[in-house]
Design a protein around this ligand. Sequence first.
Ligand code: ADP
Ligand code: MG
Length: 483
Amino acid sequence: MKNNDKYESVIGLEVHTQLQTNSKLFCGDSASFGAAPNTNISPITLAHPGTLPVMNYLAIEYAIKLGLALNCRIEQHNFFARKNYFYPDLPKGYQVSQHTTPICKNGFVPIRINNTERNILLNRIHLEEDAGKSLHDVDKNYTSIDLNRAGVPLLEIVTEPDLHSADEAYAYLTQIRRLVRWLNICDGNMEEGSMRCDANISIRLKGEKKLGTRVEVKNLNSIRNVKRAIDFEINRLINLVEAGEKIVQETRSFDAENGTTFSLRTKEDADDYRYFPDPDLSPFFISDDKLQQIKSNLPMLPQDLEKKYITSYNLSGYDAAVICDDKEQAAFFEKIIEHTNNYKAAANWMLGPIKNYLNEAQTSINECAFTPQGIASIIQLIDDGKINFSIASSKIFAALISDPNKTPLQIATELNVIQESDTGSINIWVEEVIKKMPDKVKEYQSGKKGLIGLFAGEVKKLSKGKADMQLVNKFLEEKLQIK
Ligand code: ADP
Ligand code: MG
């Protein structure tokens, strides 16, 4: 038996998302990324004696939004606790967090791999403040501290140990990133650290219920690296166990350059942070009305749209995922299909001509002047056999981009590209071509079916590109049978 078949891997992810509020969690300092070091630091951020925190209610609203979108139970009675520890980037000597009392409990994240859906169970989502940043590469002899980030609101999203492969972790993180962007609560940028992930990994023999000893991997700055690190760790743990060694609970770091991990410190479970409720912050209550208001303002969620496209509109998992990658694109697609029932064609336009154009022009769908109705009309013209896809995507779409006030039918008429679907003329062209190439007809009849393209090309030429090629092919197939 292969080792990988003998063991089951168990993974739990902790994701920190930095909330896109203007100001920090407990003061008015800007929470934006990229300012010159130590410019967003009032006496409150610096924890000067006598300063008092004031709660940023928008951060709480963002937490509730995400919790509702992920099917969590929202705790209505809340308070913040102090997690006491000393670190140079933590001026207060404690971090304000919701230790045992998260604002969102349980819930799940639906993921989809190869068209199979599975819900990853969540343990909690809680609010806390970020710490500052130690910079080790600014000076050769010293560590520098930038406190701009200290006090920026974070949401920590913690799963149950419910993931079982690196691919599931990849799908889970992609889903979380898409959702926080969709809800406009976090930019999801892992390279800049506004979304960070720690991966907890263990293995156990298949069928075993007890969890194995876990290792925690930090410093994962892209979704791809999370996947690489997990794959590496699973292998390493299996090899350790197979060699008869014992796994120690430890924190490890990922080295992206060579795809390996190394130990940072061993970790005990003992909790010596002396948590207690922060006496400077009053407990806060979320009313039923407030919950209801946030709920009714939630947009349609990407996971729901994706599911609808697959199950009700018969789109492939891939098409549905690409359309739901981005909120504006999905909204555009929704508008197209208000005007056509040809969902597959609408998806093809989104993934093909429209996406290509957005990439080439380096623009976004919201900045484009062409309308969903325009695209729906093009689809209708194709379905009616008036134009073909190749002319529609190359000529009509281009004309629509530069002149969105014209209808596709006007454009097609002006460009003189309306297809001839008059069966009479098509018949004549087809017969003319067949008569012209008796040798090729023989070859076709003796099995070289690929020659149909050659005949079709000749008909196209003869009709000056206006023949409805679907009809042409149909006629050719019929007539070429006759010996
Ligand atoms: P801490 O905050 O000390 O890292 P938690 O108990 O909050 O510890 O767990 C953090 C994450 O680790 C959670 O996602 C949890 O599901 C996961 N986890 C806990 N034990 C294991 C284990 N044995 N194997 C894999 N993941 C685990
Ligand atoms: Mg942890």
